[in-house]
Design a protein around this ligand. Structure first.
Ligand SMILES: [Zn+2]
Ligand SMILES: [Zn+2]
Length: 359
């Protein structure tokens, strides 16, 4: 898949020098296991042919990093990366300039397989990397990426808010668009889980489906439920009530970000006829009574995994149009020197998105 058009009109913004002064240490996080994180100085990597050296400016923390935090990890984690181009490798597109700000797509897609050619780069058959998992990610000063996964942002959106283009808007919006593939009249959306992905789903439901759409968000966490309300959703406090009791008027779409089998089943049972359950959160199983849950009411169950690269351009326009609204999802910002403390806070749950910033 060519990304040339995405680069062609992006002006080179007047950003500070991409390369920090020589005295500024290039620290990278090493996840040692049991929640221990060491910040170590690493030499500045060299981009190879067709690659970009990215100076990381912001990386959003993600619940999917729990295993890396708990078990340790061989590469530098962090997969919601926004940074500036610090150096171009040999043969990299001349449309990309040193100093350009951009977001990094998690999956280094091949561009040539059946799904990439169809624009479904999140289903690539020959992925070369998952940034922050297989390759060094955003909890370090630098990351090296193949140029196809660099999405230029242009000017006007700060790096911390630009991270919203990734898991929050990208994954959240794709889940809603998956449901829109099979349902033409979505009036009520239920979101299981008010974590950052759930909040992203709720916000993108509002943006994609319109203000008249009723959005309900369920969780046990009062802080996160208040955030959902700020985004225009109705909160279902599972400490006080159940999804079934709260959903007067069955939802047309339920999006599960919790990964809990019981939550998925409750959502399925709450759905209206022709309703759609979209599973976004990895985790437990779902056992269905096919006749009762699916055939008679003509319901659907869909999976939704990350999002296609081409969604970034559409979501950048939506971010520009809804910057203050979406910005509410970010509640905390920390320097990388406070990464361990930031994770402690994040795992306690009284946060929206937490951003690790670097200068
Ligand atoms: Zn993530
Ligand atoms: Zn591919």
């Amino acid at each position: 898949m060519s990304t040339t058009s995405a680069f062609s009109s992006a002006p080179s913004p007047a950003t500070p020098p991409a390369t920090p002064p020589a005295s500024s240490p290039a620290l990278s996080a090493q996840f040692l296991g049991a929640g221990r994180i060491a910040l170590v100085e690493r030499p500045r990597p060299e981009p190879g042919p067709g690659q970009l050296l990215i100076r990381v400016r912001a990386n959003a923390m993600c619940g999917s990093e729990k295993g890396q935090f708990r078990d340790g990890w061989k590469t530098t984690p962090g997969h919601e990366i926004v940074g500036v181009v610090a150096q171009l490798g040999e043969g990299a597109s001349p449309a990309i300039r040193v100093g350009d700000l951009g977001a990094i797509f998690l999956m280094d897609f091949c561009g040539g397989c059946r799904w990439c050619r169809a624009g479904l780069t999140n289903q690539c058959l020959a992925k070369r990397a998952d940034m922050g998992f297989s390759h060094d990610g955003g909890y370090g000063a630098y990351t090296v990426v193949n140029e196809n996964i660099f999405f230029p942002i242009g000017s006007g959106i700060p790096a911390d808010e630009a991270t919203l283009l990734l898991d929050v808007m990208g994954t959240g919006g794709h889940a809603i668009e998956r449901a829109m593939c099979v349902h033409a009249d979505i009036r009520t959306v239920l979101v299981n889980g008010a974590g950052p992905i759930g909040l992203g789903v709720a916000a993108m439901a509002r943006i994609l489906l319109g203000a008249q759409t009723r959005i309900l968000v369920s969780d046990y966490n009062a802080f996160r439920l208040r955030l959902a309300e700020k985004l225009g959703a109705e909160a279902i406090d599972l400490a006080r009530t159940t999804v079934a009791a709260a959903c007067a008027g069955a939802p047309d779409v339920a999006v599960d970000t919790s990964g809990k089998g019981s939550a998925r089943l409750q959502a399925m049972e709450a759905l209206a006829q022709r309703g759609v359950l979209v599973c976004v959160g990895h985790g437990e199983d779902l056992a269905l009574d096919v006749s009762h849950h699916l055939i008679a009411p003509e319901r659907s169950v869909l999976g939704s995994e990350y999002f296609p690269f081409s969604d970034l351009a559409k979501n950048l326009a939506r971010l520009r149009a809804n910057q203050a609204y979406l910005g509410q999802i970010i509640t905390h910002r920390f320097p990388i020197s406070d990464l361990a403390a930031a994770f402690d806070l994040f795992w306690k749950g009284d946060t929206g998105k937490v951003i690790i910033e670097q200068r």
